[in-house]
Design a protein around this ligand. Structure first.
Ligand SMILES: Cc1cc2nc3c(=O)[nH]c(=O)nc-3n(C[C@H](O)[C@H](O)[C@H](O)COP(=O)(O)OP(=O)(O)OC[C@H]3O[C@@H](n4cnc5c(N)ncnc54)[C@H](O)[C@@H]3O)c2cc1C
Length: 383
C-alpha cells in the first residue's frame, strides 16, 4: 500500500499531526512499543501541556520562526482543542508559574488514541532509513513503507531509554539540512572540585535568583549526588553555553539590612537558609562560622558573595537525564507555514527534532503540538 503520509514518531507532535489528517491515508511508525512515551513521563505523570504565558522569550532558536508557527496554534487553541475532547487541564504552579497540568498523562494518551483512529500504527518498528524516488520509501526493522509525504516527528536524542534515536537528524542531514549542535538541556549540572560542597548537601533545596548570560531565573535549586539540579538550574541549562552562573542565595533581602545590629550572632544563624545549607555556603566561601563582629573587612567582602556566588558548571548530567535536546534541525530551510523542507518537497519536520527548545513549564509540549498541528492542518488541505 502507498500511504499519503508516513509519520516517523508517535510522540506529541506526530500524534497531533496525525489527528488533523482524517482525509488522508496515514501511517505512524514508532520504534517503541507504546505511543506518547514522553507524554506519559511528562510533568511527573501529569503532563504539563502548556503555560499561561507563551512568548518567543521562553524559547531558544529562531524567534521569528517560532512565532510564525505558534501563532497558528497557541496555548488558547490547544486548551480549547483539548476541552472539546473532554480533557480540561488546570492551572497550577509546581516548578514554575502558570503551568497547565492534566489530572494524569494518560488523559492525553486516551485523547490521541481517539483522535488518531483513522491512522495505521506500526509500533516496535524503528525506522532505519528513508529514500526518495517518485515516492518516499522508509526501511523499518520489519518492512518497507511507501508514502507520498513524510513527517519527521522523531524528537531529540535525550532519554533514549524510552525510544529516542538520532534518525531525525540523520534524515535531515541526508537531504541537506544543517544540524545545530545537539546538547542536553533542562538538566542538572555536574560541578568542579571547588563546588563539591553542593554534592555533600545532596537532598537539600533552597530558593535562589540565578543569573546566566543576561537572564535571571527565580526558583529552587536542589543539591544532588552528581552536582546541582532543581527547576532554576534546569531552566538555566537551556541558556548556559559556557562561563559562569551566579546565585543569589538570599533573594529579595539586602545583606546590609539582614546583618545590621546582629554583630554578636554567627552568620549561619542569621541567614534565612536551612542550617546545613548556610554552613555549606560558609565552607565554600572559606569563612569560619563565628560572630559577625569578628570578621575582618576582607572576610566581610567574602560574605557579600552570598548574593552573587559564581560558579562554572563542569558539564551537565547528560542526554540520559535531559528532558530535552537543545539544537537540532536548523529552521532556516523549513517553511514555517507548512513545516515542509525547502530542500526536499514532501518532507516535513515537527517538534523537538527542530532547533526550537523551550524552558521548563509546558513550553516543549506546546511547541510539539503547535508545529504538529500546523503541519497536519496544511497537509490535510492539499488535494
Ligand atoms: C522526563 C521528561 C519530562 C518532561 N516533561 C515535560 C512537561 O511536563 N512539559 C513539557 O512541555 N515538556 C516536557 N518534556 C519534554 C517533551 O516531552 C518533549 O519535548 C516532547 O514530547 C517532544 O515531542 P516530539 O513529538 O517532538 O518528540 P517525542 O515525544 O520524543 O516523540 C518522538 C517519537 O519518535 C520515536 N522515534 C525515535 N526514533 C525513531 C526511529 N528511528 N524510528 C521510529 N520511531 C522513532 C520515539 O520512540 C518517540 O515516540 C519532558 C521530557 C522528559 C524526558
Amino acid at each position: 500500500m502507498i500511504y499519503d503520509v508516513v509519520i516517523i514518531g508517535a510522540g506529541a507532535s506526530g500524534l497531533m499531526a496525525a489527528s488533523r489528517m482524517r482525509n488522508k491515508s496515514v501511517a505512524v511508525v514508532d520504534g517503541f512499543d507504546r505511543i506518547g512515551t514522553k507524554i506519559i513521563v511528562s510533568g511527573g505523570g501529569k503532563c504539563n501541556v502548556t503555560n499561561e504565558i507563551v512568548t518567543p522569550k521562553q524559547y531558544d532558536g529562531d524567534s521569528g520562526f517560532f512565532r510564525a508557527v505558534y501563532e497558528r496554534f497557541t496555548n488558547r487553541n490547544l486548551l480549547a482543542w483539548m476541552e472539546e475532547r473532554g480533557v480540561v487541564p488546570t492551572k497550577q504552579t509546581r516548578v514554575v508559574k502558570n503551568q497547565y497540568f492534566c489530572k494524569s498523562s494518560q488523559e492525553m494518551i486516551d485523547l490521541f488514541r481517539k483522535a488518531t483512529r483513522h491512522a495505521t500504527f506500526f509500533m516496535n518498528e524503528k525506522v532505519i532509513s528513508v529514500q526518495k524516488g517518485d515516492l518516499f520509501t522508509m526501511q523499518t526493522a520489519k518492512q518497507k513503507l511507501q508514502a507520498r509525504k513524510v513527517i519527521v516527528a522523531a524528537g531529540g536524542i535525550s532519554y533514549d531509554q524510552i525510544g529516542a534515536t538520532d534518525i531525525g537528524f540523520q534524515i535531515a542531514k541526508q537531504f541537506g539540512h544543517e544540524i545545530v549542535r545537539p546538547d542536553p538541556a533542562l538538566v542538572g549540572f555536574t560541578v568542579l572540585p571547588e563546588q563539591r560542597w553542593f554534592t555533600e548537601l545532596s537532598g537539600l533545596s533552597t530558593e535562589v535568583i540565578l543569573s546566566v548570560d543576561d537572564r535571571t531565573i527565580r526558583g529552587n535549586i536542589l543539591c544532588a549526588h552528581k552536582g546541582i539540579t532543581g527547576p532554576a538550574i534546569m531552566v538555566s541549562s537551556l541558556w548556559w553555553r559556557k562561563g559562569k552562573i551566579s546565585l543569589d542565595f538570599v533573594p529579595d533581602i539586602s545583606l546590609e539590612k539582614l546583618l545590621k545590629g546582629q554583630g554578636n550572632k554567627s552568620l549561619s544563624t542569621i541567614l534565612p537558609l536551612p542550617k546545613r545549607f548556610a554552613k555549606g555556603i560558609l565552607d565554600a566561601l572559606k569563612l569560619e562560622d563565628k560572630p559577625l563582629d569578628r570578621y575582618s573587612s576582607e572576610e566581610k567582602q567574602r560574605v557579600a558573595q552570598i548574593k552573587a556566588y559564581q560558579f562554572a558548571p563542569a558539564g551537565t548530567f547528560g542526554f540520559k537525564r535531559a528532558e530535552v535536546t537543545r539544537g537540532g534541525v536548523a529552521t532556516d530551510k523549513i517553511d514555517p507555514s507548512t513545516m515542509e523542507s525547502q530542500l526536499c518537497r514532501g518532507l516535513y519536520f515537527t517538534g523537538e527534532v527542530l532547533n526550537i527548545t523551550g524552558e521548563l513549564g509546558g513550553y516543549n509540549l506546546q511547541w510539539a503540538f503547535s508545529s504538529g498541528w500546523v503541519c497536519g492542518e496544511m497537509i490535510t488541505k492539499l488535494p
